[in-house]
Design a protein. Structure first.
Length: 262
């Protein structure tokens, strides 16, 4: 990943900072010498309800939006991301923030029948129209979620993977990219990040399950859906330039095996 400019002194507020990416982003920012504060509903800060936002953002320089919807029901997920994004932008304007950043998904604008993706598009719109300098970081799927993808695609003991390419990225590489973007000047646009390796979705899932000793067969099925959305060959991968993470799938799997045996 590219390095940022020399960090300033402002505090960075990581909303949704207790999740998979949030914990890593907060730790990465602190390792880069910045004051980073992780907030979530558990700490009294609820982006959807608007609760605690003004106090959390007071005196901050930037906010990183890593919130996730509690429900993936189409109307609920759209309402959640739209409302949370608008609330964050409004609180950010009151606080005089210099940067509003959100983590989104590569291909989010190419799968109109995926309700979660439509919610993330609404989140992005909240940044574009929020009146603050902004950056959207769109990421490919996290390696940490490959097993969950397989579980969601299982039918009758078989994993039926949709047709298409996947370019998964490790959570630690996502965190590095998000932290770097947060400390850089606002892009006023979209940055895409991805893993260093691209392969068919079924092949990626097969490697993940094999490494875990999971014997479920993985089949390529053109009619299979990806969290409700139809997948074309390049729906889930960058179409242009992307910043690539360091870990490929084999290296990530080796780390998982070492961590399990420790």
């Amino acid at each position: 990943m590219q390095r940022s400019e020399k960090p300033g002194a402002g505090r960075i507020v990581v909303v949704g900072g207790t999740g998979l990416i949030g914990v890593r982003v907060t730790a990465r920012l602190r390792a880069m010498g910045r004051e980073a504060v992780a907030v979530s509903p558990a700490t009294g800060v609820d982006a959807y309800a608007g609760a605690g936002l003004d106090d959390a953002l007071a005196g901050a320089e930037a906010v990183i939006d890593l919130v996730n919807a509690p429900s993936w029901e189409p109307a609920a997920v759209l309402d959640f991301f739209r409302t949370a994004s608008r609330n964050l932008a409004a609180a950010g304007r009151r606080a005089g923030l210099r940067h509003h950043l959100a983590l989104s998904i590569v291909g989010v604008d190419r799968m109109p029948d995926n309700a979660y993706f439509l919610g993330k598009l609404a989140q992005e719109q909240g940044l574009r129209e929020g009146g603050l300098p902004w950056t959207v970081v769109r990421s490919t799927q996290f390696m940490e979620f490959l097993t969950a993808i397989a579980d969601g695609a299982e039918t009758g003991g078989e994993v039926r993977a949709p047709v298409g390419q996947l370019q998964p990225i490790a959570a630690e590489d996502v965190a590095e990219a998000v932290a770097t973007a947060a400390l850089s000047p606002p892009a006023m646009g979209v940055i895409e990040i991805a893993g260093p390796e691209r392969a068919p979705l079924d092949a990626m899932l097969r490697r993940r399950l094999a490494a875990a000793g999971d014997l479920r067969p993985v089949l390529s099925d053109p009619d299979a859906r990806y969290f409700g959305g139809r997948v074309e060959a390049l729906s889930l991968v960058p179409l242009g330039e992307a910043r690539l993470g360091r870990l490929d799938l084999d290296a990530w799997l080796q780390r998982q095996a070492l961590a399990k045996s420790a």
